[in-house]
Ligand binder design. Structure first.
Ligand code: CA
Length: 362
């Protein structure tokens, strides 16, 4: 592709030296290799899902534009081509060429995958992108996914998530005992150690379960997406969170297919995936800030966890890490890579960003 751009530019230069150029003349210098690459991409989100789904649609359009329609990515919302959580297997088997989802969904395949998605008290979105791009995270991820014939690219980040919606106020650790809460992933395992009963529910059933009291609480994402689910109508208490501080979204390709793509197409897709990855965080920031104003108007009570809950959750995290490490060699190895990077980044973020925020908002 770079070669083609170069040739077109020199063609134009040549033409202008000759004193002007007509459209037909420009065309004659254009080398069309007649290449057409079609990519079926399935997502775990409904079609047109705000922010995440829209981000992928925009990415597909950008790839078509930038490749002069040589690369066409057809995006399929959840269940249109494969079930929402069937995308990993379908892509691994080559039934689709790519998917957009979140790595923590695949912890059943390999416990280590949940760590690529993030972990409670873990990286912020900024720290996560730093680890992925400059701290070796992406290489480790590609190595592990390679065993499943998959090749991941960064596909977005939810940024810091909210702790969730509770029907009753939580004033102590005691108040959490036996509560049924919809919360997946490592966050769910940490909450289980605090006495919560974590349950998994499909997105479409959460609101009704919360309304009827079948569950006492749920987490989802943050103000922008939570407001659309209507949880504020049936649960008044909205807690800030520690369980998903910067969850990673993935744009993953079938590895054998990826390896057959010309290098310039790989570069183009990677660049536009990086663009999607960055823009999604900005979009979440923008939409969360706006939705928060709405939620305040609806009388939602914004809360922070009592200190004893935060302290117990931090202790629980290390127990969960230990348990997972004893069960999975990949998890253990990956955690050994992550932990020093995490500590190093915490020290800088604390000195820089945290102190700044204290001065700005304190
Ligand atoms: Ca969540």
């Amino acid at each position: 592709m770079q070669r083609r751009v170069f040739l077109t530019t020199s063609a134009l230069l040549g033409a202008s030296l000759l004193g002007g150029c007509k459209r037909e003349e420009k065309k004659s210098f254009y080398i069309n290799r007649g290449r057409k690459i079609e990519i079926k991409l399935a997502t775990s989100w409904p079609a047109n899902f705000p922010i995440m789904g829209e981000g992928v649609e925009e990415f597909a359009k950008r790839v078509a534009q930038a490749s002069n329609n040589e690369v066409i990515i057809k995006v399929f919302g959840k269940n249109l081509l494969v079930p929402a959580l069937g995308v990993f297997d379908a892509c691994s088997a080559g039934q689709i060429q790519a998917f957009h989802s979140g790595p923590y969904y695949w912890k059943g395949k390999n416990a280590a995958f949940s760590l690529f998605g993030g972990f409670p008290f873990g990286f912020t979105s900024n720290e996560m992108n730093a680890w992925m791009m400059y701290g070796g995270g992406l290489e480790l991820w590609r190595e592990l996914y390679g065993k499943y014939n998959l090749y991941p690219l960064l596909g977005g980040n939810t940024d810091v998530q909210m702790g969730g919606w509770f029907r009753k106020e939580i004033k102590s650790l005691q108040d959490l005992q036996g509560l049924k809460m919809r919360i997946p992933g490592l966050g769910g395992e940490v909450m289980a150690k605090l006495g919560i009963n974590p349950v998994l529910l499909p997105a479409g059933e959460i609101y009704t379960a919360l309304d009827r009291g079948t569950i006492d609480a749920t987490e989802w994402v943050g103000p922008a997406l939570d407001i659309k689910m209507g949880f504020y109508k049936v649960a008044k208490y909205y807690y800030s969170g520690f369980h998903e501080p910067g969850s990673v979204l993935e744009l993953t390709f079938n590895k054998r297919f990826w390896d057959t793509l010309p290098q310039e197409i790989q570069t183009l897709i990677t660049s536009l995936a990086n663009e999607m990855n960055a823009k999604m965080v900005y979009n979440f920031q923008d939409k969360n800030a706006k939705a928060l104003q709405q939620l305040k108007k609806f009388g939602v009570k914004l809360k922070e966890w009592p200190d004893e809950i935060v302290k117990a959750a931090k202790e629980a995290l290390f127990k969960v890490i230990e348990e997972q490490s004893s069960k999975s060699e990949d998890f253990k190895k990956l955690w050994q890579q992550i932990e020093p990077y995490w500590m190093q980044n915490r020290a800088w973020t604390k000195l820089g960003l945290k102190n700044y925020l204290k001065m700005r908002d304190g």
